[in-house]
Design a protein around this ligand. Structure first.
Ligand SMILES: *[C@@H]1O[C@H](CO)[C@@H](O)[C@H](O)[C@H]1NC(C)=O
Ligand SMILES: *[C@@H]1O[C@H](CO)[C@@H](O)[C@H](O)[C@H]1NC(C)=O
Length: 405
């Protein structure tokens, strides 16, 4: 009785064996197809392949970071800053173009739109800054560029900027692209604009488990944005009572490019990111009360609307406040703009060593003789500027400005 059993069983098991192997292989392939939770930081892109099916997102690794152009605004007289920017861009494999700013005193009253008969002219610094930024926006419109990244000339960024932007784009898709196979349906129920019966806050989305969305076709960052406000010195999460700002948040734990909490700061109090989330958390969401315009991208449609709403309407406040009105549909500006951001920001102030009054062309701090011994860049860990020597020599022993204890 034993003999026939031994012969029969292996024969009958072969189909099972093949079936089992097939299932195992399928499961292994499936694993690679889906984003995995908590992969090693910095390697996320390899695990988010489904988001890359359009191929467009790979353009973020190109010389203009997935925008059509990168513009740097500032006064031509600041040759020191231009030298610094050209070097940083070269070492980052980035193509930049300068847009000449102008001294506020050289802008005639007639060229400054006012909103009421008793409007007061802003200080020269604010006028100069407004004009420099509007010159950049106008360039995007005039040249019909699909998008442009605008940087101020004293900014710095992380050596890993492309990975950071890639991950920003994945989050932007989750916040603004329709769900895969469900046109007109979004992961965030308060998008594109909260309604009367919208919840006060939207549930948080885990960056490592983003919903499958329709891949964008026009920009690697998504098809429906006006401003990507990614260089700032303060941002709030969308306010619960806001009627114009969608409430969605994508939260990413363990971002190794985020400086320790002790090195984070903001102009926007309370600093919810620091107070309510663990160390090394990054958040992606819609912009609320942004401060400073160190770096932001405009889409073509965003640049056109900005020219209309901020170039040609009353210049009542500094440019960053006008951009806030634009994003939030306030002070006579239409609602419905889509302005996305991340905390901490990706572009930050670089403060060179030297005389401290060289810092700002906007406000005149006066020369009190103060001298900065050591250059720093706010909150950027692997600063390009502070690793110039390593980069020039092709070394990879980068200095982390803000290590954990
Ligand atoms: C980078 O990608 C963007 C988006 O696809 C594109 O508009 C731009 O021309 C590309 N830049 C370069 C230098 O190829
Ligand atoms: C601007 O670009 C868009 C998109 O590529 C195109 O459809 C449009 O015709 C262009 N407009 C001008 C004035 O070139």
């Amino acid at each position: 009785m034993k003999q026939p059993m031994d012969l029969r069983l292996p024969l009958r098991r072969i189909p099972y064996g093949v079936g089992l192997a097939f299932i195992v292989v399928t499961l292994i392939l499936w694993q690679f197809r889906l984003p995995r939770s908590n992969p090693a930081p910095g390697h996320i892109s390899k695990h988010q392949r489904w988001a890359e099916t359009s191929g467009l997102i790979r353009d973020i690794y190109n010389a203009t970071l997935g925008f059509e152009k990168i513009f740097v605004v500032g006064l031509p007289s600041r040759s020191d800053r231009r030298d610094g920017m050209v070097l940083q861009a070269a070492l980052s494999d980035m193509q930049i173009e300068f847009i000449d700013g102008i001294q506020g005193k050289d802008v005639p009253d007639k060229a400054i739109p006012i909103s009421s008969p008793d409007s007061k002219r802003l200080a020269d610094g604010s006028i100069g800054s407004w004009r420099a930024h509007l010159n950049a926006a106008r360039e995007i419109v005039q040249r019909n560029l699909s998008s442009g990244l605008i940087l101020e000339d004293d900014t710095d960024w992380d050596i890993r900027i492309r990975d950071q932007l890639h991950d920003f784009a994945l989050s932007a898709h989750a916040l603004t692209q329709p769900l895969r196979g469900r046109p007109g349906v979004y992961a965030d129920s308060t998008y594109p604009q909260p309604s009367e019966d919208s919840p006060e806050s939207a549930p948080e989305t885990d960056f490592y488990r983003l919903p499958a969305t329709t891949p964008p076709t026009t920009s690697p960052y998504g098809d429906n944005w006006d401003v990507l406000w990614i260089g700032h010195c303060g941002m709030h999460f969308p306010f619960h009572h806001s009627k114009t700002v969608p409430k969605g948040r994508v939260i990413r734990l363990d971002d190794e490019t985020v400086a320790p909490k002790k090195n984070l700061w903001t102009f926007n109090i309370p600093f919810t990111l620091k107070e309510s989330y663990p160390e090394h958390t990054r958040a992606y969401h819609h912009a609320q009360e942004g401060v400073c315009t160190l770096g932001y991208a405009l889409s073509q449609r965003g640049a056109r609307k900005l020219l209309h709403e901020v170039g040609l309407k009353g210049v009542t406040d500094a440019y960053d406040i006008l951009l806030r009105f634009f994003c939030e549909g306030e002070k006579g500006r239409a609602a419905g703009r889509q302005c996305l951001t991340t905390q901490p920001a990706l572009f930050h102030h670089h403060r060179t060593a030297g005389r401290v009054n060289g810092m700002s062309d906007i406000s005149n701090h006066g020369d009190n003789g103060e001298f900065r011994e050591k250059a720093i860049t706010d909150m950027v860990r692997w600063s390009v500027r502070l690793n110039v020597e390593a980069l020039l020599e092709g070394r990879t022993d980068f200095v982390d400005q803000f290590p954990d204890e």
